[in-house]
Design a protein around this ligand. Structure first.
Ligand SMILES: Nc1nc2c(c(=O)[nH]1)N[C@H]1C(S)=C(S)[C@@H](COP(=O)(O)OP(=O)(O)OC[C@H]3O[C@@H](n4cnc5c(=O)[nH]c(N)nc54)[C@H](O)[C@@H]3O)O[C@H]1N2
Ligand SMILES: Nc1nc2c(c(=O)[nH]1)N[C@H]1C(S)=C(S)[C@@H](COP(=O)(O)OP(=O)(O)OC[C@H]3O[C@@H](n4cnc5c(=O)[nH]c(N)nc54)[C@H](O)[C@@H]3O)O[C@H]1N2
Ligand SMILES: [Mo]
Length: 699
């Protein structure tokens, strides 16, 4: 048995370090790597399931083409696949220009080799691309505007907190290794507060659970700030030295009285007072804010209001204190460390046309002119399921002439393709990974050979480049192909500016980033325009048109929105433990635990709708409809319905049939949770429903 160091490349906080046991060229066991102080407690079931995933019968092992007559997928040779694709590329480039080809990615796998793809499309002469992100940008941007940078203290620092607030974050399912450090803190006497409309597994361990009406956390934070300021529990010395705009902020929050906030958020007055007492009197305090709460059209402003609570109580730059949102200390190789990365290029460079907002993918694709989109290439993503407003995405995909999808499995997106290409697994090519919670840079090592007809994407691009006649020099420098020595050479060139991280070192285990800081901002140098923590931000106003100060407004679509009486339930679509979005759900080990999707409803809502536990109900709005089994449970706030995202069409719970393509107030994020729906017992037919995912409801 040989044991290799590797790491998990999924889009997940933990980005676990692995020890992979191999015998006779086959993976036998996967263990945690002990050198990663953040993830050494163990790997999750998804990590264990790689053994099934890599050798799964359902994996795509050769190129598939759609038969013109039967419309079914059939095995085709690599020669045919490359000839057809390169022929289409040439034709579209000639007739409509290179920007008629659209390149779409998701977050299926991390790694430096992903840069090869954009290099290819630029060498092709150009492409149309997306800006913004489905995941985290409004929180990133709110943090950057307030603190100057996106980082936080080391994952284990939270073990020294006295007060931990998981605010719209559910680490017990989405960042399981963080719960280890929360448990250590709790054993030492720390208090844990969870603020979430759901009673999550994280909340099961909490001292206090507060359940706001979704989308109102901004009001809650401003109300708490008002109480802290009125009670004199602020840290005056800290504010005077490090905070910009305190006076204006204090004046602005005056109107957020506890009674007003109680009405806005649907939280009893006593709970708001208790929160203010905790935050005003306990230190060090860490707020762990997740990404779920920033999926609203008002969420950048909300996140600014949350950070303000730490600023006025002096809980930044100290051991055990701080804002734990995203830590980009390992993002040293690319522009991601600067959230500007998510923004459309301010000046067109004449090559890439970055004109489609990911949040509005379908609608923006349909709007492209001069040239219109003729072909799409999708890799590492499942946009048909994961992007809002699925009917419109399908309409846009259906409207182009030719579609290529690269994946491991025939996903709902792959089903839209003309040609599907197989993707290599994480064990079949070496790559370098960064993370967004811990500070380790890691090697994902080639440990086994890919199946005979599976080519890594780098090789696919190399073959296309040769057909398209790219120069030998460009190919050599930018498109490393399949050969491991070329891949290692490519990666080594990326490592060159960082002598402390060599491939040799990475082969042994995870390496701390040169930007690692045990305690973020302990030097109190904030990279904001004023050098201070900016409660008052000119840039927030100038770039995004929001108020200079953090503030609150109702989400654009909420149960309070005029004209939405017909859709009185707020739909939440969080992540769950045994999947990463749409990934892993097709595997046997996972399906045994979660055979089918469920929508959770509060008992009083279920009673009013005459729906019993386990019965199917229709959940719908003007954009789409789902039929789904109901779980009746007190864990969810009244007036909300919860359906985890990522279920496949065949499972009957593709939640983005119901969401609208809408951006967040800052950062070009995606406001998935600005969604209200109606719930009806099956048998009572609703009017005017669009049943077909093929058609769209318009804008
Ligand atoms: N197991 C697992 N782990 C994952 C992922 C996965 O799919 N599965 N995905 C990874 C990725 S890409 C991401 S983005 C993260 C996301 O993981 P998290 O950051 O935990 O985000 P979510 O699961 O979207 O939402 C977290 C919580 O926010 C709550 N919430 C929703 N709306 C509101 C609100 O208005 N106010 C408050 N206070 N709370 C609200 C939800 O009920 C939910 O419990 O997890 C990563 N880790
Ligand atoms: N309603 C709603 N929708 C959401 C969310 C929500 O909270 N609510 N969350 C959003 C968030 S936070 C995120 S991050 C997005 C995620 O959106 P996506 O990144 O599109 O989602 P995944 O389901 O992870 O799909 C990744 C795909 O990449 C494939 N893949 C994995 N590895 C490789 C590889 O090495 N090569 C290639 N070519 N393919 C590979 C997988 O098989 C899978 O099909 O979803 C968003 N969608
Ligand atoms: Mo995400």
């Amino acid at each position: 048995m040989t044991v290799f160091t590797s790491a998990c490349p999924r889009n997940c906080y933990s980005t676990c370090s692995l020890l992979v046991h191999v015998e006779n060229g086959k993976i036998m066991r996967i263990d945690p790597h002990p050198d990663n102080k953040a993830t050494r407690e163990g790997i999750c079931l998804k990590g264990q399931s790689y053994i099934e995933r890599v050798y799964s019968k359902e994996r795509i092992y050769y190129p598939l083409g759609r038969n013109d007559h039967t419309k079914e997928f059939e095995r085709i040779s690599w020669d045919e696949a490359i000839d057809t694709i390169s022929g289409k590329l040439k034709n579209f480039r000639e007739e409509f220009g290179p920007q008629s080809v659209m390149f779409i990615t998701g977050s299926g796998t991390k790694g430096l080799l992903n840069h090869v793809s954009t290099a290819f499309w630029r060498l092709f002469g150009g492409y149309t691309g997306t800006y913004g992100d489905l995941c985290w940008p409004s929180g990133l941007e709110a943090t950057r505007l307030t603190l100057g940078d996106n980082r936080h203290s080391a994952p284990w620092d939270i073990a020294d907190s006295k007060l931990i607030i998981c605010w719209g974050k559910n680490p017990a399912e989405t960042n399981i290794h963080q719960t280890n450090f929360i448990n250590i803190a709790k054993e030492k006497g720390a208090r844990l507060i969870v603020i979430d409309p759901r009673r999550t597994p994280t909340a099961d361990r909490a001292d206090l659970l507060v359940q706001p009406r979704p989308g109102t956390d901004g009001a809650l934070a401003l109300g708490i700030a008002n109480l802290i300021i009125k009670s004199g529990n602020i840290n005056r010395r800290f504010i005077d030295k490090y905070v910009l705009g305190y006076k204006k902020f204090a004046k602005a929050v005056d109107e957020y009285t506890v009674e007003t906030v109680s009405k806005m958020t649907d939280i009893p007055v006593e709970y708001i007072e208790e929160l203010a007492e905790y935050i005003g009197t306990m230190t060090p305090t860490t707020i762990c804010s997740g990404f779920g709460m920033q999926r609203f059209s008002n969420s950048g402003q909300t996140m600014r209001a949350l950070i303000a609570l730490l600023a006025i109580t002096g809980n930044i730059g100290k051991k055990g204190a701080g804002w734990v949102y995203a830590n980009l200390s390992t993002h040293i190789f690319d522009r991601v460390k600067d959230p500007i990365h998510f923004f459309p290029p301010e000046k067109e460079d004449g090559i890439a046309r970055i004109s489609v907002s990911l949040a509005r993918l379908g609608r923006d694709m349909l709007k492209q002119k001069d040239p219109p989109i003729k072909m799409i290439w999708v890799e590492r993503g499942n946009p048909v399921l994961q992007v809002p407003q699925t009917p419109m995405v399908l309409e846009a995909f259906g409207g182009v002439d030719f579609r290529v999808v690269v994946d491991h499995f025939i996903t709902d997106t792959a089903k839209q393709a003309d040609i599907i290409l197989p993707a290599r697994s994480l064990f079949e090519q070496t790559d370098i990974l960064n993370a967004y919670w811990h500070d380790y840079i890691q090697l994902q090592q080639k440990i086994i050979e890919p199946p005979k007809e599976v080519k890594p994407l780098t090789e696919v691009y190399r073959l296309l480049a040769q057909k398209l006649g790219f120069s030998k020099k460009d190919i050599k420098e930018q498109l490393p192909g399949q050969d491991e020595s070329e891949v290692l050479d490519y990666l080594e060139r990326r490592l060159a500016p960082f002598p402390e991280i060599s491939l040799e070192k990475l082969k042994q285990g995870p390496v701390l980033s040169p930007c690692f800081q045990e305690i973020a901002w302990e030097d109190f140098r904030f990279k904001t325009p004023s050098g201070k923590i900016e409660l008052f931000s000119r840039e927030a106003n100038q770039r995004w048109g929001v108020d200079f100060l953090p503030g609150f407004s109702e989400p654009i679509e909420s149960v309070k929105t005029k004209g939405r009486k017909e859709y009185p339930f707020c739909l939440l679509t969080p992540n769950e433990k045994n999947s990463i979005h749409s990934q892993f759900r097709n595997l046997k080990v996972i399906r045994e635990l979660q055979p089918e999707p469920m929508a959770t409803l509060h008992p009083l809502d279920a009673k009013q709708k005459m729906i019993n536990e386990g019965e199917k109900a229709r959940i719908y709005n003007e954009r789409g409809e789902l039929e789904i089994r109901i779980k009746v449970d007190y864990s969810i706030k009244q007036g909300c319905v919860v359906i985890p995202n990522g279920w496949w069409f065949n499972d009957g719970a593709a939640v983005n049939l119901l969401t609208k393509g809408r951006e967040t107030d800052m950062g070009y994020g995606t406001a998935f949770h600005d969604t209200t729906v109606q719930v009806e017992r099956i048998g009572k037919r609703a009017k005017n429903i669009n049943n077909s995912p093929r058609r769209s409801e318009g804008v």
